[in-house]
Design a protein. Structure first.
Length: 316
């Protein structure tokens, strides 16, 4: 796939990942349209992109069809943190499923290429560690997280069926825990929670005993992986895991945040672990290394330092 200038649609373009992705694509000279219904995305994020003359914004909900001319679509529209996607679970499922259908139809009409932002949540509470793309997962289909987990699983199904039936040019990535600038301070994810609490001199809230592990990928690394996937050979559709294989317990994360915010004495408040919350999550990224030549470069301490600086500015 040549590196020519593209007309690109980013759904969920006012969200955390969407904003970072738009920014990178605009810097590469592409014409970028961010589409977002602002359910979790914000106009504050969009304002940071408005200085680019090749940028536009459409306020639209992808559960309804849209007709525009595009070369590439990055489908990122969906609430992605548990408090956001559990607030209206029916809407979450509709966004994943109807949104996928509408974007695949738009891809078909434009003879375009589309990338689906899927998630490590398709593995549920995994019985295999680390998780490879061939693992089918351990998902509760009727739990409080199911609207997101099963919505994303169904979206993957739709992508591969559209590819098989209509020969649509698809790319599917599975994103593991990501953090960095443009995160919503109130999105309820562990990195933003800890940083915001530390900056406000509040106790850090720990769900569970803190021994559960996560692998945290800094957003710049993830965006490089996403773009590498979009440029990958035509025959490679994924799904491919994108995440950082360095595994940390949540207690280790809390200690790092306390250290880097210079608040070593902040207490940790323990609360019960929510239902279906995975105890371990770590990507096997050998497929990404092989097909994309990609692996994360930014260590946790460096990424957290940049994220803390962003939140400190945001909160002030």
């Amino acid at each position: 796939m040549s590196h020519t200038i593209k007309k690109i649609l980013v759904t969920g373009g006012a969200g955390f990942l969407g904003t970072n992705l738009c920014k990178k694509l605009l810097k590469q000279g592409h014409t970028v349209c961010a589409l977002d219904n602002l359910y979790t995305g914000t106009m504050d994020n969009i304002k940071t992109l408005e200085s680019y003359k090749n940028f536009s914004f459409i306020n639209h909900d992808i559960t309804f069809p849209i007709d525009i001319a595009v070369d590439w679509i990055f489908n990122f529209a969906c609430p992605a943190s548990p408090p956001a996607y559990q607030k209206d679970p029916l809407f979450t499922t509709k966004t994943s499923v109807l949104g996928a259908i509408n974007m695949l139809e738009l891809t078909k009409k434009n003879n375009a290429r589309i990338l689906q932002a899927s998630t490590s949540e398709v593995y549920g509470n995994p019985l295999q560690h680390p998780q490879t793309e061939s693992y089918w997962g351990n998902v509760n289909p009727i739990g409080i997280r199911s609207c997101y987990d099963e919505g994303k699983r169904c979206a993957e199904t739709l992508f591969f069926d559209y590819h098989r039936i209509h020969n649509i040019d698809i790319k599917v990535i599975r994103i593991f825990n990501t953090y960095g600038p443009f995160m919503d301070p109130d999105d309820g994810r562990v990195v933003s929670n800890f940083i915001v609490q530390a900056l406000k001199n509040q106790p850090l809230t720990m769900y569970g005993d803190g021994t559960q592990t996560r692998s945290f990928c800094y957003v710049d690394d993830l965006i490089n992986g996403i773009i590498a996937m979009m440029h990958s050979e035509n025959s490679f559709h994924g799904p491919v895991n994108l995440g950082n294989p360095d595994e940390f317990s949540l207690l280790e994360l809390a200690q790092q945040v306390k250290k880097l915010t210079h608040k070593p004495d902040l207490p940790i408040q323990f609360k019960p672990l929510p239902s279906d919350d995975p105890t371990q999550r770590k990507p096997d990224i050998s497929l990404a290394i092989k097909h994309l030549g990609w692996q994360p470069q930014i260590k946790l301490e460096e990424g957290l330092t940049k994220t803390i600086e962003y939140f400190a500015r945001k909160l002030s």
